[in-house]
Design a binder for this molecule. Structure first.
Ligand code: NAD
Length: 353
């Protein structure tokens, strides 16, 4: 199937909305990949991109990943994603967030947002002044809501344990070395869970102070961001940005397991095959990192409480195991197995395939 627009990442998207608010200077893109299983849902990323083409590629890749993530997690949601294009000063104003909320509202529920990189619970509150199609909002009294980050971290931690069980035959992370890329919201939760089980952590972040603060907290070490993926480790856990698994970085991997929370870790589908051919167990990103979206979905749809969220997150390791079992029996790499399963659930195949 040919992609209908002149850029390959458009894939099978239903709609792409380019937003400009003259009064506040807001520039944002909302990508709706699929509403087959429900309204499209996925976080908003606030990021300074080198150019508009980079932003477009990012939002399209992330949006498709959300369709796959939500389908694989069994959520009644389609996939979408938004990016707000930050200026050089990386500053956002309440006015811009309000304008962004208005833009979401105009879509009438086609797209539901929440936090992603660079966005906070406070930002969701600003957006919610203009639209009800938003989650990740603060809640009181043990209700489901708030920052999805800790829920993502829990799912990634449980997924790492499943990978360790499968590849190394161990039930605990005690004494294992985890190389963690990133020291932000998801990475710090993963580090805390893993350290509590006795794992040794090496952490790298382009924000060196952030890496150092997390390393101090978990009694770990800091590495140069340029080296983190090639360290000799039991697990490499990418928890920063996407497209970090390339032909070059895969050749330098020195680990039996890659399992982390970052979205779109594979630069290209071929990289899923490359990592598999190296005998490295890969946890497909949108399966292992679904915990935050599970929380967002439960908050938005109001179909459960915190204990149900936990049970839904605890289903992530079993889903990964199914993928690895099918990969082992078919010979296809885990990323390809996950994509095919997600596409079947969504009921349409990808234009990129
Ligand atoms: P965050 O902004 O809190 O943290 C990201 C961190 O990565 C920052 O500290 C940043 O300095 C660092 N970083 C950026 N480039 C780096 C590099 N090249 N090397 C090392 N560090 C680098 O974001 P987050 O919420 O923790 O999200 C991390 C990843 O997880 C993203 O890919 C995001 O899309 C994905 N994710 C997040 C959630 C969630 O609930 N927050 C859910 C699913 C997936």
């Amino acid at each position: 199937m040919q992609t209908p627009w002149g850029f390959p990442d458009f894939d099978a998207h239903e709609a792409l909305h380019l937003i400009h608010d003259e009064a506040t200077g807001l520039r944002a893109i909302i990508a709706v990949h699929s509403t087959h299983l429900g309204p499209s849902a996925g976080g908003t990323r606030f990021w300074h991109y080198a150019d508009d083409a980079d932003a477009l590629t990012d939002v399209l890749r992330l949006s498709r990943g959300m369709s796959y993530k939500n389908a694989m997690a069994g959520l009644p949601l389609g996939g979408g994603k938004a990016v707000i294009l930050a200026g050089e000063d990386r500053h956002k104003t309440p006015g811009q967030l309000a304008a962004f909320g208005t833009a979401i509202d105009r879509l009438g529920g086609q797209y539901i947002t929440a936090e992603d990189v660079g966005m906070t619970v406070a930002d969701m509150i600003e957006i919610a002044r203009k639209t009800r199609f938003v989650a990740g909002l603060p809640v009181a009294g043990g209700a489901v809501g708030g920052d999805p980050g800790p829920h993502t971290s829990l799912g990634v931690f449980l997924g790492i344990k499943a990978a360790v069980k499968r590849a190394l035959g161990k039930d605990s992370l005690d004494g294992l070395h985890i190389a963690l890329q990133g020291a932000g919201s998801v990475a710090s939760g993963v580090a805390l869970h893993a350290a509590a089980e006795g794992a040794k952590l090496t952490i790298a972040d382009v924000d060196a102070a952030r890496a150092q603060a997390l390393a101090t907290q978990v009694n770990g070490k800091v590495a140069d961001p340029a080296d983190i993926l090639s360290l000799d480790a039991d697990v490499v856990s990418p928890c920063a940005l996407g497209a970090i698994l390339t032909e070059q970085s895969i050749a330098a991997l020195n680990t039996p397991i890659v399992a982390g929370g970052a979205n779109n870790q594979l630069a290209t589908p071929e990289d899923g095959e490359r990592i598999h051919a190296c005998g490295i167990l890969y946890a497909p990103d949108y399966v292992i990192n679904a915990g935050g979206m599970i929380n967002v979905s439960t908050e938005y749809i109001r179909d459960g409480d915190a204990s149900l969220v936990r049970r839904r997150i605890e289903a992530i390791p079993g889903r990964l195991e199914q993928i690895w079992v099918e990969s082992a029996s078919s010979g296809r790499n885990p990323a390809a197995v996950a994509d095919a399963t997600a596409q079947a659930l969504i009921g349409r195949s990808s234009a990129a395939d």
